[in-house]
Design a protein around this ligand. Sequence first.
Ligand code: AHR
Length: 310
Amino acid sequence: ALKTTQEQASGPVLQEQLILGFSQIGAESAWRNCNTRSIREAADDAGIQLLFENAEQKQENQIKAIRSFIAYQVDVIAFVPIVSNGWDNVLREAKDAGIPVLVTDRKIETEDYTLFAGFIGTDSEQEGREAALFLRGAWEKKNAARPMKIVEISGTEGSSAANGRARGFREELGDDSGFQIVYTRSGDFLRSKGYEIMRSILESGVAFDAVFSHNDGMTLGILEAMKEKGLKPGRDNIIVTIDAEQAAIDALVAGEVNCVIECNPKTGPIIMDLARKLAKGEKIPPLIHVEEAVFKEGDPGLELLPPRGY
Ligand code: AHR
């Protein structure tokens, strides 16, 4: 399905333009918008024709988009699965049509791992472990004589990002009785829900020492709700968040957040590289995790970090 797009004076030259169908989940966060920008820019730079569909947070829209890419006979399909389960049928259709599929950012669960070529994205379990490690260290520093009470505001239910972060977090804490998750609720990765949930926590009088928020968007809403009630987040309570968007780094520098774990959205160039390999029939690694940093209060040079771009 590679298309002929150019001719030169010396005669027709076959310049094959790869067509990539990409199903994005939506625009729920600054992180997501950066991810979309990275993909669009990288496709432009690589001379790849991008058919881009925004699923507006609905799995059914993603399945429709993937079916339309199959009908169009694109060379490669890539998608961010909003949730982990429910992809086998449509992936089998892509396989039957001979179109390789790349899964990115969030992982899938399937009965048949040959249905897609590979995964490139974030290591959610590791992000959750980093959050727990930070809280453990912070509590040890305080020499507290009682268990830490933790509020967890998680991401989209059924997504590998939320499940992985929750799993890694719990794995790292193990059965240590020094840490108690006293409240957990999904804020769907949305700032508005982070705000609403924290308001209702504060109104209902749940006592907590720390917040583990699965993304910065929700964290910004959480900080707003806490400040409205006269609390000093980062001082009265320990705040750990994931993504490392600029606003979260600014909040870390301002002392309102204590730890920011990076989730790297700038995967466009690697995706284009993998798409090229797949279009040529080459094999790609089944699992690629992107590099991610952890930023903590007191780290030297935090205020000198280059702009995050999201
Ligand atoms: O799947 C990655 C998560 O989705 C990011 O942490 C979040 O901000 C996004 O919307």
